[in-house]
Design a protein around this ligand. Structure first.
Ligand SMILES: [Zn+2]
Length: 126
């Protein structure tokens, strides 16, 4: 019997599709040599939610698409799309930039209150 795909695997498939459809970073920003994102997540109250982590982007192959999952496992339809601010900063040639994004997902009948803070560190070829 075929069970319908779980919500999580369906979401992962959608994400892969978006990643495949997005242009490669290298095509858009050929001068970009390296990029990493330092990500930490907070609750609305300002508390630290989970450990900060670093995501290294393989600029030769990675899509120009930056999607962060919400760290709250109870969150539905949450997550953060930081593609626009990241690509804008890289386009300006910034080597260090940061931003914040509030999750728009929902938990139970309320809203998810997670806030992600990210720092981008980039290097460029001369
Ligand atoms: Zn969330």
């Amino acid at each position: 019997m075929n069970r319908p795909p779980s919500e999580a695997s369906q979401r992962a498939a959608e994400r892969r599709e978006r990643e495949d459809a997005a242009p490669r970073i290298h095509t858009v920003l050929p001068r970009l040599a390296s990029l990493r994102l330092e990500i930490d997540e907070r609750t609305a109250g300002g508390g630290q939610a989970g450990a900060a982590h670093i995501r290294r982007i393989v600029v030769e192959h990675a899509p120009a698409l930056f999607l962060l999952a919400c760290g709250d496992s109870a969150c539905r339809d949450g997550g953060h799309d930081i593609t626009l601010p990241v690509m804008r900063a890289l386009d300006r040639g910034e080597t260090r930039f940061d931003g914040e994004d509030a999750c728009r997902g929902s938990i139970g009948s309320g809203y998810c209150s997670r806030i992600v803070h990210w720092v981008g560190v980039a290097t460029f070829n001369p």
